[in-house]
Structure formats: C-alpha cells, structure tokens
Design a protein around this ligand. Structure first.
Ligand code: ATP
Ligand code: MG
Length: 555
C-alpha cells in the first residue's frame, strides 16, 4: 500500500457518509449504475465494492441501476452478465432499476424545465454547436434558437417525441450560461433524437436523454443520498446540481467523485475490451486473460480476493496506476490459504522403478493442505511407472541442482526415495525415460536411517494418471500502459497463453469442479475450465504462479 491511499474503512467517502449520518441522521442509499454495453471489469469491481460496501456498513441500501440510454450499444446479454457478476462478487442489490423505467418521468421533468424557460429546442448542427460552444479561454455564443417562446419549445419538444424530426435535426438544451467558465454549463444537450430500437422500450421512444440529465434525475427519483462516480465527472457536478436545483426534485443527492482504478499491463476501457473480443484477439469476454469479472472468474480468481484487492487499494481523489502484482498477490494469499494441494506433471518424463513389483499399485496418504489439517487427506496411487517433470532431471546437473540426475537420490512427495540408475534415450539423444530404484523403507518420504535428502519432487502414477491440458496464462499485454499506446494491439504479449496438452494430474482431479482452485504443488494455482478440450481432456487454467515472476522485471 502506498502512502497516499487510504483503506476504505477510513477513506474520505466513508468519513463523509459517517458525518452525514451523524449530522442529518439520514439513511444511506447508494447505487451502482453500469451501462449495459459490455461486461464488467476489475475497475467496476472497485465501484461495486465501494457502493455496496458503504450501504452495507451503514445499514443502508444500494440499487443496481442500468444506465440504458444508448439503445444502439446495449442489450440483454450485457444486462444478464452484469447481474451475474455483481452477485458473484458477493453483493445483492436492494432494488433493480433501469433508467429506461424513468423515461416518462424524465420527459415530464424536461417539460417542466421548458415551462420554466430553462430549456429550449435548438436546431444547430453538430459543427455549429462546436463553433458556438467557445473554448476554455473564450466564451461561447448564444444559439439563435435560445429565445424561443415556451409555447414554441413545448410544441417542438413534443414533436421531437412524436418522431417528426430526423436524427441530428434538433436537440433539447438546458438554458444556463454560454459564457460559463465551465464548458459543461454552456447550454448542454438534455435530449437527442435517435430512431433506434431499445432492448427494453423497443420503439416506444425516438428521443433519448443524455447521460448528464438522466443520471442526476434518476438518482433523485431513487432518493440516492450519495452518488459516487469517477473523477472525470467532477466538472459535471455543477450541472448535476443545477438540474436538480432548478427542478426542485424531492431529493437532491450529493455527487462525490473518486479516482478510477487503472491497472498496469491491463486495459479497463469497455471500448478497448470490445475490440479485443470483436477482433478475436481473445477467446471472448470470459477469456481468462481478460480483466473482466467473468474472465477473472474463469481463471480462478476468488471473489473474496477481488474484494480484498478493492479494500487494499483504497479510495482516493488522485488517479494512479496500480501494480497488477497487487491483485495477483491478493489472489495468491487467498489461494495459499484456501486451495487444496494436488500433483500434476506438466511436461512428463517417464520413470520406471525397476525394483517395484510389476502390476502392484498402493495407496499413499497425502495431506490436502500442509498448514490446515481440517482440510483432510486423500490417497494417491503409486506404482512401478510414474511421471515426473522433465525439468526435474538433468543428465549433468550442476552442484546446486537437488533434483534427479544419474546416481542421485530424490524424495518423491508423499512417497519414497528413488535413485536414478539409468537413462533411456531416443535416436537423437534425447532422454525419454529414466530407470530408478526405490527404497521401500522410505514410505511416506521419511528415511529410517536419517540420511539427508535435499530435493523433493512431484510425480503421478502413470497407470492411473488423468491426462489433462494445462493453459498457462500470462499478462495479455507486455507494456505497462497498453491503453495509452497508439495501437494497443502492438503491445499484446505473444506469450500470454501457453497450452500444454500432454500433462498428467493425479486421478482425484477428474472430480475437480470448475472455479474451484487447487495448488499444483511446486507449479502454481489452477482451476478447472468450464469445458473440456476437443479431445475430451480436462482443461486446467493457471490462475497465478506461486511467486510473482514479474517482480524483477517491473521494478
Ligand atoms: P468505460 O469507460 O470502460 O465504458 P464506464 O465508466 O463508462 O466505463 P459504466 O458502465 O458507465 O462504465 O460504469 C458504471 C460505474 O462503474 C460508474 O459509476 C463508473 O464510474 C464505474 N467505473 C467504471 N470504470 C471504473 C474504473 N476503472 N474504476 C472505478 N470505477 C469505475
Ligand atoms: Mg459509461
């Protein structure tokens, strides 16, 4: 944790809420307002944990509100995925709402603004709007349509609703101040025309409210007390307040801004994530390399680890990039404690134990977790032929190599000591098989004469091993800020997925459930994928390595 962050329990938003409760004895109402135009990502998790977390902490309520005002880009698939992801993250909404539920009310409020002479229908085209808007240093100019009568505006606005105009022909604008130093206050658009099919209201509407108008009014309709949003809306707050003050809505929520989450080596813009999916750079929204909630879930990230991450990064008013290692460490810590252990050989090398009786198989006892007895034990079969990792053997090992080599003895985890007696090679000189002997006195990995063995390696029994495919995932991008690159695709990590489809896991892994994580001893944390591969093999996704292999690279 860096100095400028604060943990959520004492972050400035919680402090403010606490103060409001003390001073105004209010009951807290927050909302999480996603637009259903894509899948949720890790950045949304921050907002979800904040909004739902505050409601929970202060006995308030939190609504899930779909901000569905862009009919072209939104659909039911996204709505359903968002609901699923919020629930999976461990939160439940007090009410489920859609901004489209309020279209009629929003329309009536707009009529009220017109009646107050605070809104007008404007026919400037996009280019003219830009020209009239002015710049940061120059005041804008009033639209020639600004002084229309209330009657004329009411008539035009109703005709906009009735579909008498084409897209872009006119908009409804707030009448505020074209000379305001805040450009958002220079008569912003409130409604635009869109002849589009909406996933919920179908063709009922051809005018749609703009975000800045719909958002504050929806917050007020729901009696939201604290409307938490990201920093880019700070300059929109005067408009948020102007609309609600002008309309004298029964409730006037406070907008409070906080910094967006951005993670290095990751993109968290829905537009960019869409591009990755649409152009098939990844295997869909739930590709385990995606920073989407559904992708992290498929990769085996526990929801609790994501919540823990959101706690640790805290809530600030300053944008910063978080080291993705922080997220990975939350996952590692969670899994170190929770994941049962298992053995899986990724790159198999066959070992024949020549003094072990042919046709015999015995069951050895293995603990499911070295530090948690309560997770119990399982039995793993041992027999004359086993697989070990190719990397655990060297024909001419250097001094510090404590694994297997000709004439060397090593401990097979939970099993016996074995000594390599011979090496079988193919025509090209590659080692394809080892011959060993075992010491029957060392059952369970303990030596009766106290002789010291430095190396312990994992293995599986060849006869009963489960053939599996293992997907090792790495970061999708190999530059720290891919979203800022001219072309994010240039930063795609070509080695973000390594498929090993000749792996062998201990037989108990046939019963592994998707999303349940295991530590494959000495290798990493893995989760079974939702589907088997095309050859019917069980697939495991690597959730995270045992240690942060990037720590040196990124420092
Ligand atoms: P994008 O730019 O990726 O489309 P968005 O902000 O438009 O993101 P919404 O669906 O509108 O996405 O966001 C819903 C809520 O989640 C908003 O309140 C938004 O502020 C919040 N949110 C989105 N991205 C982040 C992020 N990276 N960090 C924190 N909160 C976020
Ligand atoms: Mg948005």
């Amino acid at each position: 944790m860096t100095e400028e962050t604060t943990t959520p329990s004492n972050n400035f938003i919680r402090n403010r809420v606490r103060k409001d409760i003390e001073e105004k004895s209010m009951s807290i109402m927050t909302r999480f307002p996603p637009e259903p135009n894509g899948y949720l990502h890790i950045g949304h998790a921050k907002s979800i944990c904040l909004n739902f977390g505050i409601a929970q902490e202060f006995n308030g309520q939190c609504n899930l509100r779909f901000d569905d005002t862009n009919p072209d880009k939104e659909n039911e698939e996204y709505v359903e995925s968002i609901k699923r992801d919020v629930e999976w993250l461990g939160h439940s909404w007090s009410n489920l709402f859609f901004t489209s539920d309020y279209y009629e009310q929003l329309f009536q409020y707009a009529v009220k603004l017109i009646e107050m002479d605070k809104a007008y229908v404007c026919h400037l085209n996009a280019e003219q709007v830009r020209e009239y808007r002015g710049t940061l240093t120059e005041a804008g100019k009033d639209s020639p349509h600004r002084d229309r009568s209330v009657e004329e505006n009411l008539d035009l606005f109703k005709r906009m609703r009735q579909g008498e105009f084409k897209e872009g022909e006119c908009v409804l604008r707030a009448k505020i101040d074209m000379a305001s130093p805040n450009i958002n206050m220079r008569d912003p658009a409130l409604y635009r025309i869109k002849h589009a099919h909406h996933h919920r209201t179908a063709n009922e509407w051809c005018i749609y409210p703009m975000y800045d108008y719909a958002h504050c009014v929806s917050d007020a309709i729901e009696s939201i007390t604290h409307s938490l949003c990201t920093l880019e809306f700070e300059d929109h707050r005067p408009l948020y307040d102007w609309i609600l003050d002008t309309l004298s809505t029964p409730s006037h929520p406070q907008q409070i801004e906080f910094a967006r989450l951005s993670l290095d080596y990751t993109v968290t813009s829905k537009r960019k994530l869409h591009q990755l999916v649409d152009e098939n750079h990844v295997d869909g929204w739930d590709d385990p390399r995606m920073p989407t909630i559904t992708g992290l879930r498929r990769r085996g990230y526990p929801a609790a680890a994501i919540r823990d991450f959101c706690e640790r990064i805290g809530i600030t008013k300053k944008d910063s990039q978080i080291d993705v290692g922080v997220l990975e460490n939350c996952v590692r810590e969670n899994l170190d404690y929770n994941a049962p252990r298992a053995m899986c050989v990724l790159k198999p090398l066959k070992v024949v134990i020549e003094n072990y009786p042919e046709g015999q198989e015995e069951q050895l006892e293995a603990s499911n977790h070295p530090k948690r007895e309560e997770l119990g034990k399982r039995s793993i079969p041992f027999s004359r032929e086993i697989y070990i990792e190719q990397d655990d053997f060297m024909e001419e090992p250097p001094k510090k190599f404590f694994r297997l080599g000709p004439g060397r003895e090593v401990r097979l985890r939970y099993a016996y000591y074995v000594t390599c007696t011979d090496v079988v090679k193919d025509a090209d000189g590659n080692v394809i098989e080892l011959r060993c002997t075992y010491d029957p006195e060392t059952r369970g990995g303990k030596s009766p004469d106290g002789r010291k063995i430095k190396g312990t390696i994992h293995w599986v029994s060849a006869a009963s091993a489960l053939p599996v495919q293992v997907n090792s995932y790495d970061r999708l991008f190999n530059t720290p800020n891919p979203g800022a690159e001219e072309n994010m695709l240039d930063s795609l990590n070509p080695d973000s997925l390594e498929v090993l489809d000749n792996c062998f896991a201990e037989p108990s892994m046939a019963e592994a459930e998707a999303e349940k994580s295991f530590q494959f001893e000495r290798t990493g944390y893995y989760t079974r994928d939702k589907s088997d591969n095309k050859n019917g093999k069980v697939v495991f996704n690597r959730t995270v390595t045992l240690r942060d292999t990037w720590a040196k690279v990124s420092k």
